[in-house]
Design a binder for this molecule. Structure first.
Ligand SMILES: [Cu+2]
Length: 131
């Protein structure tokens, strides 16, 4: 009986971690650390929200950046290349944007931002597999 409860608890933990954990990608660019979290894991066809936290070299959250998210899918048979851009709005400590991923398969996502007083355009990119 005890073993059964333990097995059930373990399965519950596995199920929760498989479905509830956001997809989190950490990338470095120059002095910045960029953590991008997608609310759906795996991402789904349609709307997915990405939250982006940018930290400087001291680990402090950057709040006054101009951030945008570019997302694209390369051309494939019967489908031209798709390219989209959306601005990311800063609220509740993160830059937030909604990605409308119109097709299942691999998408490239690129976060671009300028953090004043620097005028340098910083970029990090990653890919996601939309189900
Ligand atoms: Cu496609």
């Amino acid at each position: 009986m005890k073993k059964l409860i333990l097995t059930a608890a373990l399965m519950l933990i596995l199920a929760v971690s498989a479905f509830a954990a956001p997809l989190e990608i950490t990338k470095q660019t120059g002095d910045f650390t960029v953590v991008s979290s997608l609310d759906r894991n795996p991402p789904v066809k349609g709307k997915n929200t990405v939250s982006i936290v940018i930290r400087d070299k001291d680990g402090k959250a950057v709040q006054d950046a101009k951030a945008a998210v570019y997302y694209s899918m390369p051309a494939m048979p019967g489908m031209p290349a798709m390219d989209y851009k959306t601005m990311a709005e800063f609220k509740n400590g993160a830059y937030s944007a909604v990605l409308d991923l119109s097709m299942t398969g691999p998408w490239n996502v690129e976060v671009r931002f300028v953090a004043p007083p620097s005028k340098t355009m910083n970029r990090v990119s990653f890919s996601v597999d939309v189900r």
